[in-house]
Design a protein around this ligand. Sequence first.
Ligand SMILES: C[S@@+](CC[C@H](N)C(=O)[O-])C[C@H]1O[C@@H](n2cnc3c(N)ncnc32)[C@H](O)[C@@H]1O
Length: 336
Amino acid sequence: MPAIRVTKTEAEPVKRRLKKLGLYDGKRRPKREGEFVLLPVPEDERVYSLGYEVLPLELPLRPERQLYKNLESVLTGRLSEEELKHLRRYDIVGDIAIIQVPRELSHRVDDIVWGLRKVHPFIRVVAQKGFHEGAFRIREYSIIWGERRLETVHKENGVRIKVDLSKAFFNPRMKGERYRLAQLVRDGERILIPFAGVLPYALVIARYKRVKITAVELNREAYELGLENIELNRERLRGEIEFIHGDVFDVLPELPAHDRVISPTPRGVDALALTLDRAEKWLHYYDFVHEADVGAFRTRILDACAMLGKECEVRVKKVSDFKPHVFKVCADVRIR
Ligand SMILES: C[S@@+](CC[C@H](N)C(=O)[O-])C[C@H]1O[C@@H](n2cnc3c(N)ncnc32)[C@H](O)[C@@H]1O
């Protein structure tokens, strides 16, 4: 990818011009070089006819792209171009790297582990992930390098989350979503979190807001990790967390309504009517929806509101890709 070299005073107006022309590569970071600034541009012949100095160099990717790209770049030369195309996105949970190795790369596992350790020297375990299993949504993992454990402490949004991937569900990719919710919450709210897992949502919200949270989880091992997590973060939390071990479908009908309910619903479980019934002002309901069914999902929520005599506004937000054409979504339901 080339870069355009301009003086510091020219940098802002030139950047604006490039953006207008669709010739600014926002995935990369500009770089200062003495009195000059290097602006990232795509490989496009129009770049050479703008009258600026164009240099053939590769500016660094911004952090969110870097994670994957760095692995790709350290493996360039070891893996063929064709093999590099099969590299999948991976996750880092604490000091564990979690990867998927497609069939096409099964003979390259050692190189991939080598690359991961080069990009993330702190990792102590590399695990290959399988599918989520059963009601507790625990994945199958096989450790392919390092210490024989799946327990670690993950840092996210200013909290420490102890997880054991062999015993309880945890998804580091929901970090941004947890932060989004923490920003929506106001001090003083009473919040109910069914399907709470090891408490990532509760911890992040209580870290930032003075709230009272009641969380419910059925998996005994996730529940115990959650209790440990409350202690681990005790000094950091502004809010309070009460954690109940039990089945959401038994526990929720016994609980009072709360200002806000956050339901990270496991796939295939329908807890819409139950969670909506316990919500006074807001429900954030997660589900997995085919892109063609988003409208029907919204209608289903509006119907459930009508059944409960609640007047609601519903906004459905795509949270992540799940599989082709199917998304994990969050319905933000405002109850009037
Ligand atoms: C998709 S995971 C979400 C966990 C957690 N909120 C997170 O984001 O990491 C769903 C969680 O619901 C729990 N679960 C499943 N069925 C349940 C039930 N009937 N009552 C309570 N918890 C349940 C599972 O054990 C799992 O921890």
